[in-house]
Design a protein around this ligand. Structure first.
Ligand SMILES: Nc1ncnc2c1ncn2[C@@H]1O[C@H](COP(=O)(O)OP(=O)(O)OP(=O)(O)O)[C@@H](O)[C@H]1O
Ligand SMILES: [Mg+2]
Length: 510
């Protein structure tokens, strides 16, 4: 059976000053299909989506809707033609309510009429329920968690009931159950004839939900609009990076004789942790594993002075530490934290790559803030930016103009360069392509080899087993126990899952 495409992009070229982001890319979307759009960080995925949805106008090339050429002067034009989108970066207005954000498009079109808030909230609630998101539509968006904001963004796109819906890394900050729920909705839309485009660096998801695929490499098509059937993870990797994935390089590292850098004793916190006891030795990589909501990021934030410790002690290098602010943690105790929410907490988007990468090292290099020469910062951060293959025309480029994954690499790189004695990295590889993920793991190992202690928080079991010397398992704001890494994946994952499901109130901690 020959199905005609509902939408086609033909030979799309898009240039920005100094960057040829798309060099002649094509994509053809069928109705009743979920189309994967894959490629490394900076390959051009988001740029193509922005051309298709009227955010950018292409330098050359054609867009065809049902075979007829279309030209979108704005995002409204695309919406009016039934093309909806969830962008990679959040576009919500923080001070507006959830319902106002969801119906922004409709509100913009009806500005002369008074708004019926009861109806607005009711309609918003319907889309929130669809996504199993139990929040009050009247609540301001600024009060939501990152995952909730992402779901509101998705609800906003669903409410437009578009025939073509493009989703740019919609699951980046979702838990696996939220993602599974989203997939149920996407399958239903597909079965009703919608045409969906799905971008993700999580290849398991791609294989699960997508039936067709286009791969971009460096602004070109590596493959164009072919069926997914018969393609496995390795084939996709090969198309994206031009070679096979390098395997995990776990190796035994022994830090048992090293001094303890961080010791938590019977810690309780204002956010609900109880009986938290654990330690990290010099040069050791400790994994903190648990399901989302186990309290791992919150524990990191309590160590960093963001949440209050209500009883128990924190010792840094053998001394009782009183950390009441992040500045204390960084400057007095040399503890660093790469936040999970790197895009909003980690970077100053309108500033240059160099300025952003240099922020935490100013103090280290100069002893005081300011008065530091660019060349000094450049020398300190360049090795990390190179190793992570940050794709930027120059260090003077505005960070906001980089691709999402490259922005994340910078927020990680700046901490790698900061010279702290203990670094906590929270979900380090979310949004980062698989090739860079392997480089990032190498960098973290090198950092530990040179004597820095590392705590890795990750919900990705293979990642934590590849990296950590020892894995501390958390559930429900308590420690369930720990597992020493012996390098065999199956034994390790079984031991970890065993701890997760153990009764938290009988946990025994070494
Ligand atoms: N507004 C802009 N100004 C200058 N360069 C840009 C702009 N937007 C994108 N680019 C560049 O275009 C290239 C493609 O970026 P794009 O965001 O499309 O990548 P991506 O495939 O979505 O990557 P990621 O997986 O990291 O999200 C990158 O080199 C990026 O720096
Ligand atoms: Mg992108």
């Amino acid at each position: 059976m020959d199905v005609t495409p509902i939408f086609e992009a033909k030979n799309i070229v898009k240039t920005f000053p100094g960057v040829r982001a798309l060099k002649g890319v094509s994509l053809s979307l069928l109705p009743g299909s979920v189309h994967a759009l894959l490629g490394e960080n900076g390959a051009g995925k988001s740029t193509l989506i922005k051309v298709i949805t009227g955010v950018h106008r292409q330098t050359s090339g054609q867009l065809l809707l049902n075979g007829e050429e279309v030209s979108f002067g704005s995002t409204h034009d695309a919406v009016a033609k039934g093309i909806g989108v969830v962008h990679q970066e959040r576009n919500l207005i923080p001070r507006f309510s959830v319902a106002e954000n969801i119906h922004l498009e409709q509100l913009a079109n009806s500005w002369l009429r008074p708004v019926n808030y009861t109806a607005l909230n009711q309609s918003a609630r319907r889309w929130l329920e669809e996504l199993n998101l139990d929040i009050d539509p009247a609540m301001p968006v600024s009060d939501l968690s990152v995952a909730q904001m992402q779901l509101v963004e998705i609800a906003k796109a669903l409410s437009l009931q578009s025939r073509v819906l493009l989703l740019d890394e919609p699951t980046a900050s979702l838990t696996s159950s939220e993602a599974a729920n989203l997939f149920t909705i996407l399958r239903r839309l597909r079965d009703n004839g919608a045409s969906l485009v799905f971008v993700s660096h999580k290849l398991e998801e791609v294989v699960e939900i997508c039936d067709r695929v286009t791969v971009l490499r460096d602004g070109d098509n590596a493959t164009e609009s072919r069926p997914m059937a018969g393609l496995g993870r390795q084939d996709l990797v090969q198309m994206m990076i031009g070679r096979a994935e390098s395997g995990g390089t776990w190796r035994k590292r022994d830090s048992a004789a090293q001094p303890v850098v961080l010791q938590l004793k019977d810690l309780a916190t204002s956010v609900g942790h109880k009986d938290i006891s654990m330690n990290v030795r010099k040069g050791e990589i400790v994994g903190l594993y648990g399901l989302v909501g186990a309290g791992r990021s919150e524990l990191a934030k309590a160590i960093m002075g963001r949440f209050r410790v209500t009883s128990g002690t924190v010792e840094v290098a053998g001394q009782t530490a009183r950390i009441t602010s992040v500045a204390d943690a960084i400057h007095k105790y040399r503890l660093g934290y790469v936040s999970e929410d790197r895009k909003t907490e980690g970077l100053i988007l309108p500033h240059s790559v160099l300025a952003n990468a240099g922020v935490p090292i100013w103090r280290k290099l100069s002893g005081f803030l300011g008065g530091l020469r660019d060349s000094t910062v450049r020398r300190a951060v360049s090795p990390y930016l190179e190793k992570l293959e940050v794709k930027t025309p120059s260090l003077a480029q505005t960070v906001g103009n980089l691709s999402g994954g490259n922005q994340q690499k910078i927020s990680v790189a700046k901490w790698l360069a900061a010279g702290v004695q203990l670094l906590i990295v929270d979900e380090p590889s979310v949004g980062i392509d698989i090739k860079t993920k392997a480089y990032l793991h190498d960098l973290l190992r090198e950092l530990a080899d040179s004597g820095t202690s590392v705590i890795v928080i990750s919900s990705d079991m293979p990642e934590i087993i590849a990296l950590a010397d020892r894995i501390v398992v958390m559930n429900d704001y308590r420690i369930q126990g720990e597992v020493a890494n012996i390098g065999t994946y199956d034994t390790m994952s079984q031991a970890i899952m065993g701890l997760i499901h153990r009764d938290p109130h009988r946990a025994q901690v070494a």
